[in-house]
Write a protein that binds this ligand. Structure first.
Ligand code: NDP
Length: 287
């Protein structure tokens, strides 16, 4: 068997087309503010991509590129200003932050209605309670991809390898909401292969190249590879996932890396920005 390739591009385009349609119902163009501290090359390139894609679909976008030495107080002050600016609809602080700045208070300082990364404790609570809110981009993007390719999670066994707050745990909440039976595995899970072989839908979000091998996958499973790992090639570095390419001989469908989940994460961020503007619009009109 050779797995059907679940490419992220078409699913991301569908998500963006929907977000673009919803723009016309808003009284003002949503404005995304991305805050970056320092010059970490990966952060610089992610922020550039977010800014470019936001402009492409017709959003306003501002990047606040602050120095590495910016204090936590100064960062909190900027967040406070943006929280009170009714023309700032989405606020995202690019992670990781420099060591002298604590992540949790910074995230908690963002107005939950503007928290387009979906990391604020209030949005985490809404996610697990099934209340409206802003979901984290990568897991919500994964669900959008499954929907795009007509893959239902209802009544199926889902196994997620990885339990981070940004991928594994919120993905579990979304899969539960979609009526899957969910197991989360992690670095302390004994006999990982025995657990992953139970999966009809297998999600890898670990950050270890080729961790998931064909013997760990049930025949016909759908495999979603969230991992992004930089490995040294003979000439230059390349990006690979957590799933070994040979898994395509066992799975019925599988996401490539790169070109799988990656494009969905950015598309979902922009969809969240439109959603944030909608929530703020309703909030103002309900007041
Ligand atoms: P974290 O490092 O925060 O979490 C990794 C998880 O994997 C942890 O729960 C850890 O377990 C678990 N783990 C580590 N080693 C093993 C092992 N040998 N067996 C089973 N579980 C293991 O990573 P993130 O969740 O932030 O990211 C995961 C991957 O997804 C990374 O490659 C990242 O680059 C990628 N990513 C991709 C995105 C995209 O847009 N495509 C967006 C975000 C992330 P424990 O908790 O016990 O330590």
């Amino acid at each position: 068997m050779s797995a059907r390739e679940l490419r992220g591009g078409p699913a991301a385009d569908a998500l963006l087309a929907d977000a673009r349609t919803r723009l016309s119902d808003l009284s003002a163009t949503p404005h995304l503010h991305v805050i970056r501290l320092g010059e970490d090359p990966a952060s610089v390139s992610y922020v550039r991509l977010k800014d470019k894609k936001a402009r492409e679909i017709g959003l306003h976008s501002t990047v606040h590129a602050l120095g590495e030495e910016t204090s936590e107080e100064a960062l909190l002050e900027l967040i406070g200003t943006l929280n009170h600016d009714e023309h700032a609809h989405g606020i995202l602080v690019q992670l990781p932050l420099p060591r002298h700045v604590s992540t949790e208070p910074v995230i908690a300082a963002i107005d939950p209605f503007k928290d387009v990364d979906g990391f604020h404790p209030s949005n985490v609570g809404s996610l697990w309670s099934g209340l409206p809110g802003l979901p984290p981009c990568t897991p919500a993007g994964v669900m959008a991809m499954l929907a795009h390719y007509g893959i239902s999670a209802a009544g199926r066994r889902a196994v997620i390898v990885g339990r981070s707050n940004i991928v594994g745990k919120p993905l579990a909440a979304l899969l539960l909401r979609a009526d899957a039976t969910v197991t989360i595995a992690h670095s302390r899970t004994p006999d990982l292969a025995q657990v992953t072989r139970q999966a009809d839908l297998l999600f890898a979000a670990v950050g270890r190249a080729g961790l998931i091998t064909p013997e760990m996958v049930q025949e016909g499973a759908v495999v979603v590879d969230v991992g992004i790992n930089r490995v040294r090639g003979p000439e230059r570095d390349r990006l690979v996932g957590d799933v070994h390419p040979d898994v395509a001989t066992v799975a019925s469908a599988m996401t490539p890396v790169p070109g799988g989940v990656g494009p969905l994460t950015v598309a979902q961020l922009l969809a969240n920005t439109v959603r944030a503007a909608e929530l703020q619009h309703y909030q103002r009109h309900a007041a």
